[in-house]
Write a protein that binds this ligand. Structure first.
Ligand code: HEM
Ligand SMILES: N=C(Nc1cccc(CNC[C@@H]2CCCN2)c1)c1cccs1
Length: 351
């Protein structure tokens, strides 16, 4: 921990242009804390810098242009499941902001808090005699919630409860009040029949199962959100045949020839589904970005980093969008997938 701590404090003091004396004073304090108690605490400023640089270092993220705008809610002092639940509701409300989404991270005590959810708001999945109802990606977690006493309604879009665990205690289950959940019904700018599909999606993606690593300290409960890129919903969540699998239905309704691949019926349905998602979020004034704009913003990020004298690292296979990837500059160049810290990482599931 000592080496990571020293490297992080040096990075922080150099990038925030603090004096040599201030740096030395903080290094001595941190080294003493680690020697005496095997641990040290980040100041709120160090924590904010660590969370923002962690985003800047996220190789799979196309949205990094705005890394310095990340809002940080410091909830390290909370110690009860109930207080942490209230902290998560505060995050949802602050981040949602009635649709003008604010990229936000809430940091809970690094010691022993875990949020079991993949995202703070996500739909349940139920295995039934004739197939899965809801989100197939949620089937396992939905079963876990039901084992813990939660009762789902068995619908296509049931919002899962928050599951909070402290240490080895029994995890606590909390339903999110409906007024905290902003959703967008999906309709199409030209196809009147589209709304009859009964599709909707939640406004804010809030990842709650990754850990934030800063200067040798691991924050295992640090949910963060941005806004969606339209393809995540239109090309994956509603399109994958192992998610909501909507392409065949949409193609039928469009009157396309679904019996031959070469009619490109899947591609035509995909484009219309993505157009519908972007149209619906914009009409409801919920933040969203299309993949072309997102790629242009990423290009600006790359040039900003160049100017700052930093090498951009990235994961090409995740940075290219799943719709029309070769229409973006990202597709046509390589990226170095070197892992830097601070950063966000996967961690062992708590169940
Ligand atoms: C502000 C708008 C943002 C947009 C549009 C955006 C976009 C994306 C997209 C499209 C992905 C790929 C997701 C997937 O394919 O499943 C991604 C990945 C990622 N983003 Fe961003 N992002 C944003 C903000 C953020 C913020 C605020 C953070 C953290 C503070 C962040 C950290 C990450 C990380 C760690 C990944 C990789 C996740 C994984 O490995 O599964 N992003 N982002
Ligand atoms: N727009 C977003 N999308 C996003 C970011 C990170 C991770 C994820 C979820 N990725 C996992 C899914 C499920 C399998 C493949 N993709 C989505 C954001 C979520 C939180 C901040 S930005």
């Amino acid at each position: 921990m000592l080496n990571e701590a020293i490297d992080f404090i040096k990075l922080y003091y150099s990038e925030t242009e603090r004096s040599e004396e201030e740096l030395v004073r903080r290094l001595v304090e941190v080294e003493n804390d680690i020697q005496d108690n095997g641990y040290y605490e980040h100041t709120i400023d160090e924590l904010r810098f660590g969370a923002q640089v962690g985003w800047r270092n996220s190789n799979k993220c196309i949205g990094r242009l705005f890394w310095q705008t990340l809002q940080v809610l410091d909830k390290r002092e909370l110690t009860s499941e109930h207080d942490i639940f209230q902290g998560l509701l505060e995050h949802i409300d602050f981040a949602t902001n009635s649709g003008r989404i604010r990229p936000t991270i809430t940091i809970f005590s690094q010691r022993n808090v875990r949020v079991w959810n993949h995202q703070l708001i996500r739909y349940a999945g139920y295995e039934t005699a004739n197939g899965v109802v809801g989100d197939p990606d949620s089937v396992e977690f939905t079963k876990k919630c039901e084992q813990l006493g939660w009762q789902g309604k068995g619908g296509r879009f049931d919002v899962l409860p928050l599951v909070i665990q402290i240490g080895e205690r029994e995890p606590q289950v909390f339903d999110i009040p409906a007024e905290y959940i902003l959703e967008v019904p999906i309709r199409h700018p030209e196809f009147e029949w589209f709304k009859e599909l009964g599709l909707k999606w939640y406004a804010v993606p809030m990842i709650s199962n990754m850990k934030l690593e800063v200067g040798g300290i691991t924050y295992a409960a640090a949910p963060f959100n941005g806004w969606y890129m339209g393809t995540e919903i239109g090309s994956r969540n509603l399109a994958d045949d192992y998610r909501y699998n909507m392409l065949p239905t949409i193609a039928e309704k469009m009157g396309l020839n679904t019996s031959s691949n070469s009619s490109l019926w899947k591609d035509r349905a995909l484009v219309e589904l993505n157009a519908a998602v972007l149209y619906s979020y914009k009409e409801d004034e919920v933040s969203i970005v299309d993949h072309h704009t997102a790629a242009q913003q990423f290009k600006r990020f790359e040039s900003n980093e160049q100017t700052a004298g930093r090498d951009v690292t990235g994961n090409w296979t995740w940075l290219i969008p799943p719709l029309s990837p070769a229409t973006t500059h990202i597709f046509h160049k390589p990226y170095d997938d070197e892992r830097k810290t601070p950063n966000y990482f996967y961690q062992k599931a708590p169940y």
